[in-house]
Ligand binder design. Structure first.
Ligand SMILES: [Cu+2]
Length: 276
C-alpha cells in the first residue's frame, strides 16, 4: 500500500514536470510567432516573416515531439524491475534511422524551398525597378553616411584618395554628377510606397545594414558595392542598426530612418543643400 502511493506520487511529479516543460516550449513558440519580430513595414518582409514563422512552428513541433518521445521512454522503461535490453532487428534500426531523418529534411528543407526561395528571388535576384529612389549608404566606424544623387539622378564619382575630414566620402568635385549630390550623416529619409534602391558600401571594415522593421539585413563589405532594394509600406521613424560587431563603438552605430509621404519626401529633398 505504502509503496503504491509512493509510486503514484512519483508518477504525478513526473507528469507535473513534463507539463511545465511542455508549456514553456509551446508558450515559447507562440510568443516567438506573435511577439518576436517588430511590426512589419516593408513589402517583401511578409514573405520573410512567413519563412521564419514556418520554421519556428515546424521545428518547434519536432522539438516538442522529440522530447515527448524521450519522456515516454524514460517513463515507460524506468518502471521495470530489472535492467534489461532488447536488440532491435536490423530492419527496424534502418527504418527508425532513415524515416525521422527524411521527415525532418522534408519539413525543414521543403519549407525553405517552397516558401523561402521565392522570397530570396524577390529580394535578391531581381534588379531594382527603374523608378526606385536611389540612396547610397556608406558604413564606417561608427556611423552611416547617406548620399542622394540629387536632380540628375546620378551619384558622383568617389575616390578613396580624396577622403578627408571635410570630405568623408571622397567625393570628386570635378565630376559634374557630384555637384548636386546631397550627403546626410546618420539620418536617412525615404518615401513610403516607392521602391528604395540602396547602394551599400563600407569605408573600413565589415558592417551590416540592418532595418529590423523592414526585414532588411545586408553586410557592407569594404571594396564592394552591394545593391539591395525594398519597398516601405509604413511611414514613421525607425532604427538603422549595425548587425556586425565592427569595433569598440559598434553599440552606438545607430541611425534613424524616416519614412515620409511621397510629397513630403520631395519637399524635404528639394530643401537640402548640396555637398559642394
Ligand atoms: Cu558597424
Amino acid at each position: 500500500m505504502r509503496e503504491g502511493s509512493e509510486r503514484f506520487k512519483r508518477t504525478l511529479e513526473g507528469f507535473f514536470f513534463a507539463f511545465v516543460l511542455f508549456t514553456i516550449a509551446v508558450a515559447g513558440i507562440g510568443l516567438g510567432v506573435r511577439r518576436w519580430l517588430p511590426p512589419l513595414a516593408s513589402e517583401h518582409g511578409a514573405g520573410i516573416d512567413r519563412m521564419i514563422h514556418y520554421l519556428l512552428i515546424t521545428v518547434g513541433a519536432l522539438f516538442v515531439l522529440g522530447h515527448a518521445a524521450l519522456g515516454y521512454f524514460i517513463w515507460r522503461f524506468s518502471r521495470q524491475e530489472r535492467v534489461t535490453y532488447r536488440l532491435a532487428s536490423a530492419r527496424a534500426e534502418k527504418l527508425w534511422s532513415l524515416v525521422p531523418g527524411v521527415v525532418m529534411a522534408l519539413v525543414a528543407e521543403g519549407g525553405v524551398l517552397l516558401i523561402g526561395l521565392p522570397i530570396w528571388q524577390q529580394y535578391y535576384l531581381r534588379p531594382a525597378p527603374s523608378d526606385a529612389v536611389l540612396v547610397e549608404v556608406t558604413a564606417e566606424q561608427f556611423a552611416w553616411n547617406i548620399r542622394y544623387p540629387g536632380r540628375d539622378g546620378r551619384l558622383g564619382r568617389t575616390d578613396p584618395r580624396l577622403i578627408s575630414y571635410e570630405n568623408p566620402l571622397g567625393m570628386d568635385a570635378q565630376d559634374p554628377a557630384s555637384r548636386d549630390d546631397i550627403v546626410q550623416l546618420g539620418v536617412m529619409y525615404i518615401p513610403v510606397g516607392r521602391p528604395v534602391h540602396v547602394r551599400l558600401r563600407s569605408k573600413d571594415t565589415l558592417h551590416s545594414f540592418f532595418l529590423p522593421h523592414f526585414r532588411v539585413k545586408q553586410d557592407a563589405v569594404p571594396g564592394m558595392t552591394i545593391d539591395i532594394w525594398f519597398t516601405p509600406t509604413q511611414t514613421g521613424e525607425f532604427e538603422i542598426a549595425c548587425a556586425e560587431l565592427c569595433g569598440f563603438g559598434h553599440f552606438q552605430m545607430r541611425g534613424v530612418l524616416r519614412v515620409l509621404p511621397p510629397e513630403e519626401f520631395e519637399r524635404w529633398l528639394a530643401a537640402q543643400p548640396t555637398f559642394f
